[in-house]
Design a protein around this ligand. Structure first.
Ligand code: B12
Length: 207
């Protein structure tokens, strides 16, 4: 059962305006935004994925749900924004080549930014050269996101590229199909299954 059922249903149905109104009302009521995220918004995306698996919805429905979700995230983003202190470190994040899913990546970026790091968001469909450029610009940690089993192998290419040339950059990976076993197998420096844990992984990588 979702925390805020109205919000959960509005995301599933892709009702962007309703999502904006409900999230704004929660913010105005000083509700805990992390709780809204974890108990209503993320479960809604999981539910739409399950319905897609069962052929109950198709790509257009997933897309409008994703847009509605992103509108809600955009309202929450400033609340998690950093405190104006000197950044704790420089991090780059991107969804890997061939993959256009960005909601999880955006959420991780928001949380890491909120924890006090400077975050360079490289967007989606990122090939190795985009990450290379970020490292050249000072990124100490690169975070790779993949939502498709077909794009996960590209993470290994990126790890091989940086490890192969002896780079000291730390590489963290994540996304729904990614596991700790996979991270170990490809030699990534860390993995986490959600945005909160991702912050801990960044802290550990830079410790
Ligand atoms: C929304 C969605 C879409 C939207 C994406 C819109 C957008 N702007 O992102 C659209 C409609 C475009 C889409 C397209 C496709 N999709 Co899609 N999509 C989804 C859906 C329903 C939700 C994804 C999501 O946003 N989840 C919510 C976020 C918050 O969760 P998350 O991404 O997992 O992120 C969390 C963690 O994983 C972690 N994390 C994420 N990244 C990182 C990175 C690091 C470094 C770390 C530490 C942690 C971390 O933290 C996040 C927050 O807690 C999933 C279903 C699902 N259950 O995942 C299918 C799903 C991923 N899609 C799927 C498919 C098949 C497709 C298509 C191939 C469909 C098609 N036939 O065209 C295309 C591929 C397009 C492409 N080239 O990328 C399949 C993948 C199956 C597989 N095994 O590979 C899924 C699983 C649906 C299903 N059940 O079959 N999709």
């Amino acid at each position: 059962m979702a925390g805020n059922e109205e919000l959960f249903n509005a995301i599933i149905k892709g009702k962007r305006k309703d999502v904006i109104a409900i999230v704004q009302a929660e913010i105005d009521a000083k509700a805990n935004v992390e709780e809204i995220l974890m108990e209503s918004m993320i479960p809604a995306m999981r539910e739409i994925g399950d319905r897609f698996t069962r052929n109950e919805v198709y790509v257009p429905e997933m897309l409008i749900a994703a847009r509605a979700m992103q509108s809600g995230l955009d309202l929450i983003d400033p609340l998690l924004a950093d405190t104006g202190h000197e950044p704790l470190g420089k991090v780059a994040i991107g969804t890997v080549k061939g993959d256009l899913h960005d909601i999880g990546k955006n959420l991780v970026a928001m949380m890491v930014k909120g924890a006090g790091y400077e975050v360079m968001d490289l967007g989606v469909d990122c090939d190795v050269s985009k990450f290379e450029e970020a490292v050249d610009n000072g990124a100490q940690v690169i975070m790779l996101s993949a939502l498709l089993t077909t794009t996960m192998p590209y993470m290994k290419e990126i790890v091989d590229h940086f490890k192969g040339k002896g780079s000291s950059v730390k590489i963290l990976i994540g996304g729904a199909p990614v596991t700790q076993e996979y991270a170990d197998e490809i030699g990534a420096d860390g993995y986490s299954s959600d945005a909160n844990e991702a912050v801990t992984s960044v802290e550990q990588a830079l410790a």
